[in-house]
Design a protein around this ligand. Sequence first.
Ligand SMILES: C=C(OP(=O)(O)O)C(=O)O
Ligand SMILES: [Mg+2]
Length: 518
Amino acid sequence: MAADLPEPASGPAPGDLAAEAGRIGPAAAKVAARLSDRARSVSGDARSVLATTAAMAEDPALVQAAERLVTERGLPAPRAVWEAAGQFIAALRGAGGYLAERVRDVADVRDRIIAELLGVTPPGVPELTAPSVLVARDLAPADTAGLDPTLVLALVTEEGGPTSHTAILARALGIPAVVACAGVLGLDAPGLAVDGNAGTVDISDGTVRAAGRGSRQQWDGVGRLADGHPIKLLANVGSAADAHAAAAAGAEGIGLFRTEFCYLAATDEPTVAAQRAAYAAVLAPFAGKPVVVRTLDAGSDKPLAFLPATDEPNPALGVRGLRVAFQRPDLIDRQLAAVAAAAADTGAEVSVMAPMVATAAEARWFAERARHAGIARIGVMIEVPAAALAATEILAAVDFVSIGTNDLAQYVFAADRQLGAVAALNDPWQPALLRLVAMVAEAAAKAGKPAGVCGEAAADPALAPVLAGLGLTSLSMNPVALPPVGAALAGVDLNACRDRAKAALAATDPETARPQGE
Ligand SMILES: C=C(OP(=O)(O)O)C(=O)O
Ligand SMILES: [Mg+2]
């Protein structure tokens, strides 16, 4: 691999500060244009990942934050980009889980812009001349998208996680990959046998071998089972870049727009006009299609700087999600007004949804405010066990529910979702979690209202038929997961899904719930 870019020196900036700041926008635009060109030359997941990276490079929030660091603190442009990206990286890392896995994407964009400003070659993958196993500390998704599966037998990285863009892309390209393989860079082995299915790297026999080369799955863009039973396949997004990637990946709509992602680095509450513009940029690619906008889910793993920090012993159990709105109804009213205006601007079929609802009374409180803001379709997330147990009463107050399996698992198992030591409990195949999901799906079917899943469970192609069998009507996921999930659903009929659901519910643990070989 090309050497990592060294951390740029911190200054002072040479010459005129305005001119120095003015170099950042054009450098970012050049990086974006280059990535967009590459996106046009490939297809499928690689195309959507490159398009997302291109949009991230041009993200006005990053460019403007870096420009301010030049004009206000006198930093040289490369250092300012480094520090501005660092703020985003810290926020993502603090959020943990799959958000922390987006850190690599931001770091890649940062390095490309800095390399452009310095006039040097950005870090990347060396030209391969013979079939090889690629070993790296981590690999940028944009680099993974360009890998040639005939030359890269397998990929092993020290860092990264199983839901990172890099891992998902490698799977999509059919390249066996093992990520988070601590110590692999320090190995002095003549060969590596990599099994992408088992997640193992064997150095014992000195040969280079790879297993687990899956084939790229085809999905025709319509969410349905083999017998035609519909399951809407939607995308989780947090920015306009994500929304474009979701549209390119063929999402039938957006099932979760995490609005707090727009403001992870904001120091002041955005005005209604600024929120309207930011939301409209996300809704625009989905004119005429369903989009579920979640109101701010701040607090705990996603702190927002413009909300006063609360000194709580257990932030995950504290004032977060909709609970912030109970204390600051003015804040949610301004957000709902901005969402309603953005919906009118774009023609997307917008619903709103509240996070961290615990009781039917809370659902009613939210529905009333959203209705007052002129929003017609209103739902809540089911991510607190009490809400799953009260699903019938909650569904009487709203039009739909969406199950957040990430938090639902965290709370039902009393297992911090950011803590590796208890990760096994936060497994979406846990029968106890699936029984709560079943309870919600049943209540929704009785009420004749839709119920979806928008937590990470929805992105598992083996679990999707189980969720369909439980009676869920939509699955919302990272856009790169859409083709494998769509293909998995298209291969089974509703009866088979119901059988799989029954088996998973009856299992005693995740290992037996999960089909063999998955
Ligand atoms: C989708 C969810 O919300 P978030 O991951 O944003 O907390 C969830 O909790 O499953
Ligand atoms: Mg949640």
